[in-house]
Ligand binder design. Sequence first.
Ligand code: C5P
Length: 428
Amino acid sequence: MTRSLQNRRILLVIGGGIAAYKALDLIRRLRERGAQVRPLLTRGAQEFVTPLAAAALAGERAHTDLFDRAEEADIGHIKLARDADAIVVAPATASLMARMATGDSSDLAATVLLATTLPILIAPAMNVRMWQHPATQRNLATLRGDGIRVVGPNDGAMAEAEYGPGRLAEPVEIADAVEAMLADVRPAPGFGFLAGRASGNGAKAGPLAGRRVLVTSGPTHEPIDPVRYLANRSSGRQGHAIAAAAAAAGAEVTLVSGPVSIPSPADVRLVPVETAREMLAAVEAALPADLAIFAAAVGDWRPAESHESKLKKDGSAPAPLALVENPDILATIARRAEGRPRLVVGFAAETETVLDHARAKIARKGCDLIVANDVSAAGGVMGGSANTVHLVGRDGTVETWPTLDKEEVGRRLIARFAELLDTPSTGP
Ligand code: C5P
């Protein structure tokens, strides 16, 4: 177990929902990674878990009420709001999200969340209908716009025998998202935060020095059951080569990669993921970025249901595999109203009429550029070492490059993106 959150101080706000019991496991996961956790329970949370249980697991006193005289004398709400490296809200209920979105301060949790300047990650959990309600979705958009990070919710069976999005992200996923959020924040004692760069004073040179670059790479694995999954033939070679080239050009690079068998490039922060939804969460947690390159071959669909135990042959015909659509990560990021990376680049892996598809895709996804390539089996691009790419701009212009090895394609793409970042308008 890596102590990846060593000496990080997390204020964990536990909201009032059935998923509150999972917050206890989250305390353990965060502590395993070296974090110090200070729990704060809303009144609702205390209906599901006790402050004593949270305190015992955290090895710290659990905070509860706003007007607790002893508590205000000991550690006031303003100090709670400052004396940590990050705040995690798990589970973030519909009501807590609404209070955060409107700047309400009617209890200790809401007050601390209003008084803080720390980075905040919320892990929503609620009934499917409550999650899908336009009011909750509006609040979610407001919170994202305020720079609050979000992990989950996941799809799954809910306590009310309904199925859909609303389940709290797994504690390990939440801990991963905390790590990703803190990766570029230096621990700062006392008031507030020094939001800084991971490499801090080790300034790097190159055309992308001082820039933050996000790259997705590899396939996704979408589980059917614990041993089977849906995947594709992407090796991750092109995405990894781009990440390596960006790091060599002086950028601070986060590489969010699906399962691949190639090594991670030197000098990049690797965030390994399996599914499309994990990839989206990791990408959102890695923002802000100046440049985002979506080279991953994200599965368009996933099994509607992921079985907890291995499916068995029972002699009858196999059950049909029902699929549901995955989130479009590129489009989600390219269409963000706030915090959109300045340059958003997509890939178009096509087997026919490559350029027509690329032009349509650029409009559909809202990105600035598409790197199009022919991945029909004859070309050997998927898994191979060479690539022939066409750069397609928003205005439909196309630039076709000669066949090059993927490392060279990566270097040339990065040189081109660096130029575009240095000029006011974007286009190939
Ligand atoms: O729609 P299509 O899969 O052809 O689009 C390819 C581009 O969109 C790539 O840049 C890929 O990384 C991105 N993508 C995504 N999320 C999806 C599907 C594709 O980010 N669910």
